[in-house]
Write a protein that binds this ligand. Structure first.
Ligand SMILES: [Ca+2]
Ligand SMILES: [Ca+2]
Length: 255
């Protein structure tokens, strides 16, 4: 459905490298207004080396793993770390998946059931935002929930009279609020072959649009040629829960 765009990692990473110099200190000693401006030190570098994840305090990392009797098993692990600047995540999935492999990230950014929907893969239909992109570049597009609050279905593109527009195209960025290839997100290369990848969502790129609460919830869906290959969090399939759905992952923003 969509073209794979050239990785625009540089845009996101330039942001992290932005350095603010402390003010010079006049007079005999620093006053409160002269405190150095705190520099943002990226806790995760999007480089395909995952050792930085092991250095994070375990309590600050939200993790979901695929249960033994999940409906789909290609997405095995997701870890999330969020701070005031970025939402970082790391995934493990089946290496060398065939087809056009995409990662969808569903966000209940405002941590409110009063906005959003999409309970198709999770028990909490409150996601108001979706980032979607090819996993190998993951310069994702941003989609808004257009359905009624709390309902299910693929209502991520603008619809008229309650009906989803039938035919989107690259002309309207496939119905995205901000289309793929605009540097909203970044990832590490080589994920398809290795089955491991790390990603970052740059909050500053959408700060007027996507409002993050101090605690938010997030869900991940891996697809190959638009067929589901895995979603996390998920639960074991049972008679009462035939699709093995679970609540989205709770993430606390590290201050
Ligand atoms: Ca890294
Ligand atoms: Ca919400």
């Amino acid at each position: 459905m969509k073209k794979i765009f050239v990785l625009m990692l540089a845009a996101a990473m330039t942001f992290t490298a932005c350095k603010k110099e402390p003010k010079p200190t006049p007079g005999p000693g620093p006053g409160p207004e002269d405190d150095p401006v705190e520099e943002y030190v990226a806790p995760i570098t999007i480089d395909g080396n995952y050792a930085d994840w092991a250095k994070l305090p375990a309590a600050d990392v939200a993790t979901a793993t695929c249960p033994a009797n999940a409906k789909y098993k290609h997405l095995q692990t997701v870890k999330v770390y969020a701070d005031s600047q970025f939402v970082y995540f790391y995934c493990e999935f089946t290496p060398n998946l065939e087809g056009y492999v995409t990662m969808d990230v569903f966000l209940n950014a405002d941590n409110s059931d009063e906005t959003g929907g999409y309970g198709d893969h999770w028990t909490d239909p409150n996601s108001e935002w979706l980032y979607e992109g090819a996993i190998e570049s993951w310069d994702a597009g941003l989609y808004k929930w257009w359905g009624e609050v709390g309902v299910n279905g693929w209502l991520w593109t603008k619809h008229d009279a309650g009906l989803q527009v039938e035919e989107h195209s690259s002309e309207d960025a496939w119905g995205a609020i901000i289309g793929e290839g605009n540097g909203l997100t970044s990832n590490s290369e080589g994920g398809i072959a290795s089955g491991k990848a790390e990603f970052a969502i740059m909050r500053a790129a959408v700060e007027e649009t996507v409002k993050f609460a101090d605690t938010f919830t997030i869900g991940f869906m891996l697809s190959a040629d638009w067929a589901e290959a895995g979603f996390l969090p998920s639960a074991d399939m049972t008679d009462d829960n035939p699709n093995g759905i679970a609540p989205k992952l709770v993430v606390k923003v590290v201050k």
